[in-house]
Design a protein around this ligand. Structure first.
Ligand code: TRP
Length: 441
């Protein structure tokens, strides 16, 4: 029997992989790869996941696992010095997650709209039409408030229910469904003429294409996709039962996350190369290119369209739920209030921010979209910052014996290497990535 309100091992792996697998894998990964020349980007992305991503993930897990609490309290209790400072860093990092949630939920509202369009035969038949539909979906405040509101409420509800009855249960259902749909779509892409071209585009490495810019984009993406730097992995790990092999769990999580990214890339590029379209079309790759392809395929397209957008929606929900947990756990534990009450208090400011994002998309808050601005700051500055602070903490502000005790059995001879990465290499690399992502390198 596991203690109440902790994850089972499989539940933990699926929930953390559920956080990792999200819109980033399906929408962002293919388009960032498209913009950055395919195979060369993919190679560096993989190396970065295996070295940097895995190392930072282990640091986050370790803090949660040892601290047994959300980011603020874990940092505070484990710090060898500067406890107050680290507590505040913990609060800050948790709040990043809620800010990401506030706009992520709006992307999910658009996806619900596309599920609806696919099911009712409303997908666009040509690129111009697709652009105008996408603009309508983005600017339609009524449907965004409605669909977004539903997903928002559902996500808070699930997290309020707790780990066992909420987060774990949700992931035990949705993750297998996502995997099943993606496997089906992969099988379908095998039959397309463009599949071979997609394979070459993704896996043929043209070393002359590797630039500093591509390296930075690939490292940045590897942190985003693993949901690192905002206390999510930390908070989930605080609800682990004793005696879990952290390193093995990371292996499973990375395999799941990377498989979904590869399958999404292969599928989307197979469609693009079969039916025409630009691999570097940005966000439009899914909402414009892919939706036009589905529309041109008749009834089959409707089925595929619904399956694809539903899988995307599920992937997004398991991520959005994870974004609420760090702050909710902190408020629940530190102020000794129930998870339900904590959810209520947290939902209010988050809803205000989400509403501001919707209003901005509707053209009410001046020029520029708040969504793009928030995403830019969070993905490029806050996330690398959070990840950097996590590694600095483990490398410099935790007793080496505590760190060693928690992971030595799992890491064996690799402990020394990992510790050097966490102490020196990762913090320096992360600060460089941060400057690179905002265009200063
Ligand atoms: N990893 C998720 C994705 O690929 C997004 C995500 C969830 C995330 N939680 C995060 C990104 C925390 C950064 C930080 O879509």
């Amino acid at each position: 029997m596991k203690p109440s309100n902790t994850f089972s091992r499989i539940g933990f792996v699926l929930a953390t992989a559920g956080s990792a697998v999200g819109l980033g894998n399906v929408i962002r990964f293919p388009f960032v790869m498209g913009e950055n020349g395919g195979g060369a980007f993919f190679l560096i992305y993989m190396i970065s996941i295996l070295i940097m991503g895995a190392s930072v993930m282990l640091s986050e897990m370790l803090i949660g696992y040892k601290g047994q609490a959300g980011p603020a309290s874990s940092f505070e209790t484990l710090a060898t010095k500067g406890n107050k400072f680290w507590k505040n860093i913990g609060w800050g990092i948790s709040s990043f997650s809620n800010v990401i949630f506030s706009y992520y939920v709006i992307l999910l509202a658009w996806i619900v709209a596309y599920v609806w369009l696919s099911a009712t035969g409303g997908l666009p038949h040509d690129a111009d039409h697709a652009e105008s539909i996408f603009a309508v979906v983005r600017g339609d405040m009524t449907s965004t408030f409605l669909f977004g509101g539903i997903i928002f409420t559902l996500s808070f509800y699930v997290v309020a229910k707790g780990i066992t009855n909420g987060i774990e249960k949700l992931n035990l259902v949705l993750m297998p469904a996502i995997l099943l749909i993606f496997m089906g779509m992969l099988l379908y892409s095998f039959t397309l003429d463009g599949f071979d071209e997609a394979l070459i585009f993704m896996f043929h490495v043209d070393f002359s294409k590797i630039t500093v810019h591509i390296v930075i984009a690939a490292i940045g993406m590897s942190f985003f996709t693993l949901s690192l730097g905002t206390g999510i992995v930390l908070s989930y790990s605080a609800s682990l039962p004793k005696g879990v092999n952290l390193v093995r769990s990371i292996g499973y999580i990375i395999v799941l996350d990377t498989s979904i990214a590869i399958v999404s890339g292969l599928m989307i590029f197979s469609f693009v190369f079969t039916y025409g379209g630009d691999p570097s079309a940005g966000f439009g790759l899914v909402f414009i290119t892919l939706s036009t392809v589905f529309a041109s395929m008749g009834v089959w397209g409707e089925v595929l369209g619904v399956a694809f957008f539903v899988a995307l929606l599920f992937a997004g929900i398991t991520s959005s739920v994870s974004m609420i947990e760090p702050m909710l756990k902190t408020v629940h534990r530190r102020f000794h209030i129930s998870r339900g009450k904590a959810a209520l208090y947290l939902a209010m400011p988050t809803a205000l921010l989400s509403s501001a994002v919707v209003l901005s998309l509707g053209g009410y808050l001046g020029e520029g979209s708040l969504l793009d601005q928030l995403d830019y700051i969070l993905s490029n500055v806050m996330l690398p910052f959070g990840a950097m602070m996590t590694t600095i903490f483990v490398g410099w502000f935790m007793h080496k014996s505590t760190v060693e005790g928690a992971v030595n059995n799992n890491l064996g001879h690799f402990f020394g290497l990992w510790y050097v990465i966490v102490k020196y290499i990762a913090p320096i690399a992360l600060i460089l990535v941060m400057f690179g992502l905002i265009g200063m390198i």
